[in-house]
Design a protein around this ligand. Structure first.
Ligand SMILES: [Ca+2]
Length: 203
């Protein structure tokens, strides 16, 4: 699919010195029965004198009637979900400070029955400097439910991407939510990323 790349494919052709990156969780691992999940992101600030590096966690929900179409709504740093089931606990514009810089919580078990799919992504702000993951210092992703870590990644497989989807949650009818991990890079203008997220991983 144009504009998208999977983490694993890029990883295989990576050159030094990034070769040590990319040791993430198994691609496309599946966990079932997920109820409440926390997605955490951190990165190091730009070197002194360089423009700040700003990564954003974003989530988009999709209706059961159109799971791969346009999002029903999108959650990011200045946009909350209407029912409060998806929210940013922490937000950063520069990666400064200790610990996780951005944290997104998704309460899947409280989501209305109309929703059948949630996509979570990470986008790199392109102002004032254009960036892909190769120029983000020490990015790290952790996805967990309670204290159980379900996925970790360092974006080493999508170094040329401006954004990436990092998690997919799906359910069919009244069945349990299923988590599908795997990093899928997006190489177009990240301003269009949230609209395009639904098309990622379309079977
Ligand atoms: Ca941010």
């Amino acid at each position: 699919m144009a504009g998208w790349t999977t983490g694993l494919a890029c990883w295989a052709v990576q050159a030094e010195p990034q070769a040590q990156r990319g040791r993430g969780s198994p691609v496309n691992a599946i966990n079932k029965g997920i109820r409440k999940v926390e997605i955490s992101l951190k990165w190091d600030p730009s070197p002194a004198g360089d423009p700040p590096t700003d990564l954003d966690l974003v989530a988009a929900t999709y209706l059961a009637s159109d799971p791969y179409g346009d999002p029903a709504y999108v959650v990011h740093f200045d946009s909350r979900s209407p029912d409060g089931t998806i929210y940013l606990n922490r937000d950063s514009q520069d990666g400064k400070g200790f610990g996780w810089d951005e944290v997104l919580t998704v309460e899947l078990d409280r989501l209305d029955g109309r929703y059948a799919r949630v996509m979570v992504g990470v986008a790199i702000q392109q102002r004032p400097a254009q960036r892909t993951f190769v120029s983000v210092i020490n990015p790290a992703l952790r996805i967990r439910e309670g204290y159980t870590v379900m996925a970790e990644d360092d974006f080493g497989g999508v170094l040329g991407s401006t954004a990436a989807t990092v998690a997919e949650f799906v359910r069919e009818g009244s069945s349990a939510w299923e988590f599908r991990s795997g990093i899928h890079g997006f190489e177009d203008d990240p301003a269009t990323f949230t609209e395009a997220m639904g098309k990622a991983r379309r079977p």
